[in-house]
Every structure is written in structure tokens, then in C-alpha cells.
Write a protein that binds this ligand. Structure first.
Ligand code: GTP
Length: 605
């Protein structure tokens, strides 16, 4: 048995694309956990989607055995963490399971927004941080500059940093040796009551829920009854094991270990990330700090393009929910789009990931078979009668006369950008009602800008605009800060006086006019002429703020069929009728479903 002094629990943190997964792959190879033959790029990113998009969505732990230069065998538990802002709570819980983290910085890029965000979480948790400069093989590598940025922005000493090229497999051993030298071994008594931190869980069709934990105190063995402290649920442990990287059954998990528990649990929602697992007979007295029940921040309607897919979509969202407890849904229907679901997500990436997973993993035929309405953050509305509403859907916005005030979510955004683009980035942030909090230059050629930004503005096309004004060089990270009062209004789009529910949106008063006019114009181009004039209007309450007209036009498809036999005419009329099947009626106006789709797809990947 390996004594605790020879165990290291560590994680790799990095900004997207700085080489976290490549470094993990090299470590897996070097320690022989995965043979060259089994190795496929980004081994730990197991979801198809993760590998294709090159992002890590779930935390994956793996136990490695490493023979160090001192001749001893060390057990290294490497915990891969998700790399995106939507998942910062999961990142914080995975990091809480470690004694230290390897901070990977791409030497050609330097410190970016997520480097800072993750490093800050790690430092708040009191973790040891080992700076690793990756991609030293690149011609434009500038290790000195990267070190200066790490010292300046993170206040981290770089005297002990390691240089490596994960791609070429250079310096990987140095990384592991430094982990052993600089990251402390786990402490914790194996004989006291069990205290384990749950940092991931998923549903397996055969085994039920698999719970992944780091044991801090005590131990777990099959046959013991465990207790989840947040909801007081108890389960009999059937099996415990470790990931090497494939799951391997074990006799027990001890203080310092990372592994899985199978205990006949049916619902992922009962196993919350950040919860404390203890024993029923001998419960621990205090849970781990930092537990949060995750709440969605972004909402949108998901509808099948073809209404025949509705049942499949329902099955798919139910199944997905089994595996993703931060995703919520409830049935919804819309005049324009038919039956669908109102769904809640942690953020925009989570929304994209869910949409893609629904389309791929749950057999919802072709890509593009789902349509997503414009995402809305959660607003808090205080009514004149004192009632407080949480509005996650423009439909739920009360009438203007009943609103005392609306509060919108504000995020604190951190943007890292090369100096030549600072002006353009500041201008962009100001244009979306941003309030500057800080601007500093850690090195003469790079700036870090902090802004309070309304989440509603980020949802639109902020990322794209940020990338375009900085030629792709700016990186962004944000965290929820608070709700603030704002002059938000609901804009309805009307066709001959009838509101089109799927197109309503909530926007700041200042932008209502421009956005209403923009959608009205686009609708005019998309709605075919009808037998009577169609008025397209954008309205706030009873007040019309924009108007477009579609001129009347009677399309007589039989006009050119002079003479001939009546059956020919009938055939053509029948064809015209079939074409209308995909038309939706909004009041008396016929709108091709494609018009809604075209409007809603704008801005979607
Ligand atoms: P996320 O999973 O999204 O957080 O990204 P990541 O940090 O895991 O980055 P990943 O390992 O996927 O690497 C990103 C890109 O950088 C890939 O194209 C790698 O081939 C490349 N890369 C990684 N390490 C090196 C290196 O040492 N040198 C060079 N030249 N390229 C590297």
C-alpha cells in the first residue's frame, strides 16, 4: 500500500487551448496509464463533443503510478477540470479536491482571462500552484514575458517554474518531479468518521448513478451506509473503485484517495457537486464549505423544427436531465413554433452544449433539427403590489403598469487584450452599458480590463464583437456579481395586431427602438405577400415603436393555366395547399415557419 506521503492530488488549470489536455495526454503516456496504442488525442475528454470542440466539459479523475527520480513509486491523482466560465463552480469543487494545481500558460500567449480566473480560485482554496510554461517549441515563445505576467497578475513566484512542450513531449518528467517536490501530500486521518467531497456524478444505464469523490477523512468500503449531508439521503455502498483511467474495482477508498462509489442511486439530482458524503452510523460533524445548489442563469425555448420530433425531444430532455442536474426544463408552447420546452442553462456555452448533445446523442435526426429562441437571463421584477417575480421568459413579464422596478443580472467581466486593441475594447464595453472597474498593464504590451457588464448584453453578440475588435486576441471571463435596477422593457412583435410570442424579447429601453426596427425589417423581407396588407409592428405595451408593411398581392397560381382541363388546375391548387402546410397562422397572417427559423438562427452557431 502506498503511504499518504507518496500520494499527490493535483489538477491542471489553463486558459482554453494553452495545452491542458495535451499535457494530460503526455503524462498519461509517460506513466504508462495508457499505452501508445490506446492513446488517442485528449484521452480525458471522453464525450465526442468535448473532443470535437477541444474543450473539457466534465471533470475526469485518473490515478497514475509514477516512479520518481528518487526511486520511489508515487500515486498521482490527476483531476481534469472543465475549462470554461459556465462551469466555474465545478472547477472550484474539483480544485477543492486537490492539494495543488499545475498552472499551464502558453508561452506565446501569456496569462489570459481563464488563467487568472482559475488561478484565483486555486489560491483562494489555498492550493499550491506550479507554473508550467508550455509550447516552448514555438518560434514566438517568450518565457520571460510569460513569467513577468504570472508574477504581476497572479502575484505568483516563478522561480520554480517548469518549461515544457506538451506537443513534443519535452519536459514532462520535470513537471511530475516538480509536482512531487512542490505540491504537498494529502493529510487526513483514516480512522475518523468519513468525510468525502463529491465533485462529479453521472448516470450509467446498468449501474445507476456513479459518484466521484475525494476522501479527506476516514474511509469507504462496500457494505457501509453513506449519507449525503445536503439532502440527508442515505444509500448502501455496493462498490468502490478508482479510475486508472478505466474504472477498476477496489476494496476501499481511504483518506487522500480519489475514486468512485456505486450505491444503487437512481437520480443524479440527489448527488450534488460540492456535497459532503459521510457515514450514516458515524456522521461527520461539519460539511465542507463552499457547497452551492447551482441555478440556471440563462433561459431559452427549445423546439423541434419538425413537430413530429416532439416526442423524441421530450424523451431526450428527460434523459439529459438525468445526467445534467444543472439543466432544467418545463413544457411550453408557442403559436409560431408549436410544442417545445423552456430550458434553463448555466450560461451560453452550456446552452450550446445541451443543444448539440440533444441533437446527437439522443437521436434527434439531423443537425439543425432543433430551434432555440433568443436566450434571456433571469430578471427580478418587483410589482406595484409588492410581489416579486423571477422572470425567465418574456411571456412572464407583467404589464408595464404593474411594474415597480426591474432588476437585471450584472457580471464582473475580466478581459485580457494586447495593448493596441485596448481602445476598441473599452469602446465596445461602454456601448453595452458597461462600467469600468479597473484597467492595468501588467506588461507594456498587454492590458487587463475589468468591467461590470449586464448579462443581457453579453447574450447578444458580445463575444463575436469582442473577437472582431481585437482581431481574435482578447480573452474574456466573467462571474455573476449582483442584480441591479435597470430600465428594461418587453418588446412584442405584432403581425396585424397579433403578438408573435416566440419573437418577444426583453431589452434595455435605450436599445428597444433599434432592435424592434431591425426585427421588423427582417420580418418584412421574410413574410411573403398575402391577399391583404400585413402590418409588422414592434410595440412596448400599447405603444408602437416601429412599423413595416408587406404589400398585398394575390398570387393566382392558376392564372397562366389558360384553357386546358380542370384537373390540371386542381392539381396545381393542391400543390399550393401542400406548400402552405408549413405555414403558421398568426391571427390571419400566414408566416412560413422558415421565417421564424431564419430570425432565430441569426447569431447561432
Ligand atoms: P481545453 O480542453 O479547451 O481547455 O484546451 P486545452 O488547454 O486542453 O488545449 P489542448 O491540449 O487541446 O491544446 C490546444 C492546441 O495547442 C492543440 O492544437 C495542441 O496541439 C496545441 N499544443 C498543445 N501543446 C503544445 C506545445 O507544446 N507546442 C505546440 N506547438 N502546440 C501545442
Amino acid at each position: 500500500m502506498i503511504p499518504p506521503e507518496r500520494i499527490r492530488n493535483f489538477s491542471i488549470i489553463a486558459h482554453i487551448d494553452h495545452g491542458k489536455s495535451t499535457l494530460a495526454d503526455r503524462i498519461l503516456e509517460l506513466t504508462g496509464a495508457v499505452s501508445k496504442r490506446e492513446m488517442r488525442a485528449q484521452y480525458l475528454d471522453s464525450m465526442d463533443l468535448e473532443r470535437e470542440r477541444g474543450i473539457t466539459i466534465k471533470a475526469t479523475p485518473v490515478r497514475l503510478e509514477y516512479k520518481a527520480k528518487d526511486g520511489q513509486i508515487y500515486r498521482m491523482n490527476l483531476i481534469d477540470t472543465p475549462g470554461h466560465v459556465d462551469f466555474s463552480y465545478e472547477v472550484s469543487r474539483s480544485l477543492a479536491c486537490c492539494e495543488g494545481a499545475v498552472l499551464v500558460v502558453d508561452v506565446s500567449q501569456g496569462v489570459e482571462a481563464q488563467t487568472l480566473a482559475h488561478a484565483n480560485i486555486a489560491m483562494e482554496l489555498g492550493l499550491g500552484l506550479l507554473p508550467v510554461l508550455n509550447k516552448i517549441d514555438l518560434k514566438n515563445a517568450d518565457p520571460e514575458r510569460a513569467c513577468r505576467e504570472i508574477e504581476e497578475l497572479l502575484g505568483l513566484d516563478t522561480a520554480d517554474h517548469v518549461r515544457c512542450s506538451a506537443k513534443e513531449g519535452v519536459g514532462i518528467q520535470d513537471v511530475l518531479e516538480s509536482v512531487i517536490r512542490l505540491i504537498p501530500p494529502p493529510k487526513g486521518d483514516r480512522s475518523v468518521p468519513l468525510r468525502a467531497l463529491l465533485f462529479d456524478s453521472w448516470f450509467d444505464d446498468f449501474r445507476g448513478v456513479i459518484v466521484v469523490v475525494r476522501v479527506f477523512e476516514g474511509h469507504i468500503t462496500p457494505g457501509k451506509t453513506i449519507l449525503f449531508m445536503s439532502n440527508q439521503k442515505t444509500y448502501l455502498v455496493e462498490e468502490v473503485g478508482i479510475f486508472a483511467p478505466k474504472p477498476v474495482k477496489a476494496d476501499r477508498l481511504d483518506a487522500g484517495d480519489v475514486g468512485y462509489i456505486i450505491a444503487g442511486i437512481r437520480e443524479v439530482r440527489d448527488t450534488r457537486v460540492g456535497d459532503t458524503v459521510t457515514e450514516k452510523e458515524r456522521p461527520a460533524s461539519v460539511p465542507f464549505p463552499g457547497f452551492k445548489a447551482l441555478k440556471p442563469m440563462v433561459y431559452a425555448g427549445l423546439y423541434p423544427v419538425d413537430s413530429n420530433d416532439y416526442e423524441d425531444l421530450r424523451d431526450a430532455v428527460e434523459k439529459l436531465r438525468l445526467n445534467d442536474s444543472s439543466f432544467t426544463y418545463e413544457p411550453e408552447n408557442s403559436v409560431a413554433l408549436g410544442f417545445g420546452f423552456r430550458c434553463g442553462f448555466l450560461g451560453l456555452l452550456h446552452m450550446d452544449v445541451v443543444r448539440e448533445r440533444l441533437e446527437r446523442e439522443f437521436g434527434l435526426s439531423a443537425e439543425g433539427s432543433l430551434i432555440c429562441t433568443a436566450p434571456t437571463p433571469l430578471f427580478e421584477v418587483m410589482k406595484t403590489d409588492g410581489e416579486i417575480l423571477r422572470v425567465d421568459n418574456p411571456k412572464k413579464m407583467p404589464d408595464e403598469s404593474q411594474i415597480e422596478l426591474v432588476q437585471e443580472p450584472i457580471v464582473l467581466a475580466t478581459i485580457h487584450v494586447p495593448t493596441p486593441y485596448v481602445g476598441a475594447v473599452l469602446q465596445l464595453c461602454e456601448s453595452v452599458r458597461g462600467v469600468q472597474k479597473e484597467l492595468k498593464y501588467p506588461t507594456p504590451d498587454r492590458a487587463m480590463v475589468l468591467y461590470d457588464l449586464p448579462l443581457n448584453e453579453i447574450m447578444a453578440d458580445f463575444f463575436d464583437r469582442l473577437k472582431s475588435v481585437s482581431k481574435g486576441y482578447a480573452s474574456l471571463d466573467y462571474e455573476f456579481k449582483e442584480f441591479q435596477e435597470a430600465e428594461m422593457v418587453k418588446v412584442d412583435m405584432l403581425l396585424n395586431g397579433e403578438p408573435v410570442d416566440a419573437l418577444s424579447f426583453i431589452v434595455h429601453k435605450r436599445r428597444a427602438y433599434d432592435e424592434g426596427r431591425d426585427i421588423a425589417e427582417r420580418l418584412r423581407k421574410l413574410i411573403p405577400r398575402q391577399q391583404y396588407e400585413v402590418a409588422i409592428q414592434a410595440a412596448i405595451g400599447g405603444k408602437i415603436i416601429a412599423r413595416e408593411n408587406v404589400k398585398p398581392f394575390r398570387k393566382d397560381v392558376t392564372a397562366k393555366l389558360y384553357g386546358g382541363d380542370i384537373t390540371r388546375k386542381m392539381k396545381v391548387l393542391k400543390k399550393q395547399k401542400e406548400g402552405k402546410k408549413r405555414m403558421k397562422m398568426v391571427g390571419r397572417v400566414e408566416v412560413p415557419q422558415e421565417a421564424f427559423l431564419a430570425l432565430l438562427r441569426k447569431g447561432q452557431a
